[in-house]
Design a protein around this ligand. Structure first.
Ligand code: 1JT
Length: 257
């Protein structure tokens, strides 16, 4: 079969190490023929991501801390120096203070709430705004990552759940706005995956056990399954899909209990 993403320019934001969902998506997009732009939060992360992708041809590494609009704008200016067409943007980043991901949601602090919203949710709005000029030339696909805790009250997910709810709602508003430019906006709802950020969360391993026992599709759904769906959503095969949240979670979200 012809490669699904041949000659497509794709920006992937949020790689931090080899367990990152964004890294699995980068590998899958590369295999599908894409030219990659990868953004990291800082210089230190960029150095380690450089090692990860040393065997990939034509990859451009960028730095972008999404807490500043100027950095987002500068990143798209940089991309614009290499190409005037961007076919895909993958937003795979989130942040919350560790202490907010345990205990009671009502104990969430004001600054913890605002920080989680800013990095995990608002960043998609700003990224979409600065991406539009490059994406509207070719039609494009914006993709973000979410989790069931945005739709249901999942113990400990707390402030991240509320940020994911805002993110999922943003996907719909952005899809409505950007449709006229031929730009699609979708989310993938991933299962709990043992990434570095997840592993530090208290009770995460116990939660995974409960998940594995109940999930309809046995055999662990992880980064690769999410990444293959990402390739599909960016590709022309998904040209009729926008504003959608596709659950790549082995069917866990259909369960009543
Ligand atoms: C962040 C972290 C976002 C962990 C995340 C996340 N989105 C999913 N996870 C994994 C997870 C975490 C909990 C959970 C289920 C999945 C770490 C900090 C940065 C943002 O609880 C049921 C707590």
């Amino acid at each position: 079969m012809a490669k699904l993403l041949r000659d497509k320019n794709i920006l992937i934001m949020g790689i931090s190490n080899k367990w990152s969902i964004a890294w699995a998506i980068a590998k899958a997009c590369y295999e599908a023929g894409a030219k990659l732009f990868l953004s990291c939060v800082d210089e230190k992360t960029k150095l380690s991501v450089e090692k990860l992708c040393e065997d990939m041809i034509g990859v451009e590494l960028l730095i972008c801390d999404v807490s500043e609009d100027e950095q987002i704008e500068a990143m798209f200016d940089d991309i614009n120096k290499s190409t005037d067409k961007l076919h895909g943007v993958v937003h795979s980043l989130a942040f919350a203070k560790r202490e907010e991901l345990e205990g009671k949601y009502y104990d969430t602090s004001r600054d913890g709430y605002l920080l989680a919203q800013e990095i995990s949710s608002y960043s998609l709005v700003a990224v979409s705004r600065y991406a539009r000029p490059l994406m509207q030339r070719c039609g494009g696909s914006i993709l973000t990552l979410t989790y069931l805790g945005g739709e249901r009250a999942v113990p400990n997910y707390n402030v991240m759940g509320v940020s994911k709810a805002a993110l999922e709602s943003s996907v719909k508003y952005l899809a409505a706005d950007l449709g006229e430019y031929g730009i699609r906006v979708n989310a993938i709802s991933a299962p709990p995956i043992k990434t570095v950020s997840a592993r530090g969360v208290s009770g995460f391993t116990d939660m995974l056990k409960g998940y594995d026992e109940r999930v309809p599709l046995k055999g662990i759904i992880g980064q690769e399954e999410v990444a293959d769906t990402a390739v599909f959503l960016i590709s022309n095969m998904a040209r009729g899909i926008t504003g959608e949240n596709i659950h790549v979670d082995g069917g866990y979200h259909i369960l009543g209990i």
